[in-house]
Design a protein around this ligand. Sequence first.
Ligand code: ATP
Length: 234
Amino acid sequence: MLQIKDLQVHYGGIHALRGISLEVPDGKIISLIGANGAGKSTTLKAIMGLVPKTSGTILYDKKDITESKTKDIVKDGLILTPEGRRVFPDLTVDENITLGAYVRKDKDGIAKDRKWVFELFPRLEERKWQAAGTLSGGEQQMLAVARSLMGRPKLLMMDEPSLGLAPLIVKNIFGIIKEINQAGVNVLLIEQNAKAALEISDYGYVMETGVVTLSGTGKDLLVNDRVKKAYLGE
Ligand code: ATP
């Protein structure tokens, strides 16, 4: 379980996180929703040790990782799939996938997970030898997720996995996120597509300008008037 307490982050004079507290219990899908600039990406980056924190604590399985280095956080099983499908365009799909396992030494486990990600994304197996830069946007997004899974995350954090994808592929991606969670991976999800995110989430947090203003089960937030108006376009 991930526990964040009173996390604050400044970028120079910008107070991006003003005391965020949230939890990701084992076995669950948790989503963060909120407008552009609310601080969602910053929250994930702070967890991964990618931005300096002003104050607050981050515990993972009761271990204090607030000041841990990113590479040690990855070794503890926390993995971030960043926004914008950052695949290596000149490497093949297969090479990108192999790179996702770079911190691991368990050859058998790696082979097993490679088989699993190709089962999750048959498209990628068909395009194994193709340069990643020649894939469609949706395929690159799948590759970014597949590569993250090769690190064998205990907690997978995803920043806008559905951004810019066609509706049919969006549906597919959310189905796969559920499948990944059912395979035992905890998920912390950031989404502009609040409806689809809340539909698969056990619990959600709404962020506005650096604070959590509302939280509840995915079901409750989907019928909450404020959420409906501000984020579901109803
Ligand atoms: P988006 O969905 O647009 O990414 P977000 O909710 O993830 O939004 P953040 O990217 O976390 O929001 O940004 C929170 C605030 O911090 C914003 O005001 C943003 O302009 C600012 N910010 C983010 N990154 C930096 C940076 N590297 N330097 C300075 N300010 C930053």
